[in-house]
Design a protein around this ligand. Structure first.
Ligand code: PMP
Ligand code: GLU
Length: 399
């Protein structure tokens, strides 16, 4: 008996796999430094944890409406209004099991088999797999260093064909850390208005920008708002990766299709986490204080990481947002470590983990085969220790 062709096309998530491998090595007593993590290394703030206790004590342990509680949806609408100048009604909001699930629902709602989805590269590795699961065809557009790895309106226009159904904008970007300026967003939006395509705007790193603010493309015009599915969530902003709450804001037709599909697959997201998320978003005083301190910590680590990479003498992409740096390993490919030939970024990451006990993510599945991704969701001590180990490792590479 054969399994579905669909299943054979999908690769497992390498980020989750390597993160889990590094965690296991640590649990086994090895002194691993992990730059693999795609999650803040902060605890969820106390006021949110307390809200979860409150939810449990008050019996909020039952099914909720599939697309989320009315109170959480209201809090999300208020957030989108205050932070992003976007006016939505609760009927436009769908709360799901993490932003990844929101993305899955969004592609399922907008794609027909064979529809093309434009994805600027480098990209977060789940987009192509999610598009394929929904029957779509990922179309990659390579962004250029001279444009700070941001897609230009001309590049987008060139990639659009009669089969194009959607464009994925991940701003701030994982893995490059690119953040679009308002005028760059406006220029892209003006191009999109000329075509009949949807935008899937993944804004999950919205709050983690260091040199400029984030601007949502949906706020450009009513036309853009109608065509855009805004994706966001609690994971990165409030250090709530394990709670699994993400959300989408979209035109009612799309939102209601997403909600119907979710009602037959996972039903509602966890009721306790939904209440805690409502409190997280509504208590701005605590929320903003937490965010400010987390962001300042990330910014200091970003500076340290860049300083150490400069000293190492490698090329890297200077990040303006999120918590990742892409480091080029091009000059190490073809060399060997203790008889082990390094033929790819994947080999570099594997041998580095085995020999130097440092976990990084090879970027082949991010569409950037010359790079590895280092997350600076790690303490300054770990950044120093990890970069010491990487320096020692590369100094032992031989031709
Ligand atoms: N989008 C991007 C760009 C991400 O890096 C992540 C990280 N997992 C997600 C979406 C999904 O986050 P989550 O499912 O934890 O909300
Ligand atoms: N988004 C994070 C990352 O890129 C978390 C892992 C995942 O969901 O893929 O590492």
């Amino acid at each position: 008996m054969k399994i579905a062709d669909r299943a054979k096309q999908i690769a497992p998530s390498l980020t989750l796999e390597i993160t889990a491998r590094a965690k296991k090595m640590k649990a086994d007593g090895m002194r691993v430094v992990s730059f693999a993590a795609g999650e803040p290394d902060f605890n969820t703030p106390d006021y949110i944890v307390e809200a979860a206790h409150e939810a449990l004590n008050n019996g909020l342990t039952k099914y909720t409406p599939a697309s989320g509680t009315p109170a959480l949806k209201k809090a999300i609408c208020l957030k989108l209004k205050n932070d992003n100048a976007l006016d939505y009604e609760p009927s436009n909001i769908v709360v799901s099991n993490g932003a990844k699930h929101s993305l899955f629902n969004a592609f399922m709602a907008i794609l027909n088999p064979g529809d093309e989805v434009i994805i600027p590269s480098p990209y977060w590795l789940s987009y192509p797999e999610l598009v394929k699961m929904a029957g779509g065809v990922p179309v990659f557009v390579e962004t250029k260093p001279e444009n700070s790895f941001k897609i230009t309106p001309a590049e987008l226009a060139k990639a659009i064909t009669p089969k194009t159904k959607a464009f994925v904008l991940n701003n701030p970007n994982n893995p490059t850390g690119a953040v679009y300026t308002r005028s760059e967003i406006n220029a892209l939006a003006a191009e999109i208005e000329k075509h009949e395509i949807f935008v899937v705007s993944d804004e999950i790193y919205e709050k983690l920008t260091y040199e400029r603010r984030h601007h949502s493309i949906a706020a450009y015009s009513d036309i853009l708002k109608e065509r855009t599915v805004v994706i966001n969530g609690m994971s990165k902003t409030y250090a709530m990766t394990g709670w699994r709450i993400g959300y989408a804001a979209a035109d009612e037709r799309i939102a209601s299709a997403m909600s119907s599909m979710q009602s037959h697959s996972t039903s509602n997201a966890n009721s306790i986490a939904q209440y805690a998320s409502q409190v997280a978003l509504s208590d701005r005083l605590h929320g903003d204080a937490f965010l400010e301190s987390m962001k300042a910590t990330f910014d200091a680590r970003r500076a340290l990481m860049m300083l150490r990479l400069q000293r190492l003498g490698v090329e890297f992409i200077e990040p303006k947002g999120a918590f990742y740096v892409m480091m080029s390993v091009k000059k190490f490919i073809g060399k060997q470590y203790d008889g082990q030939r390094i033929r790819s970024a994947f080999d570099f990451a594997s041998v580095l983990l085995e020999q130097a006990l440092v976990a990084v993510i090879p970027c082949e599945s991010f569409g950037a085969p010359d790079y590895v991704r280092l997350s600076y969701a790690a303490s300054e001590i770990d950044i120093e220790r990890g970069l010491d180990a990487i320096s020692a490792f590369v100094s032992q590479l031989k031709d």
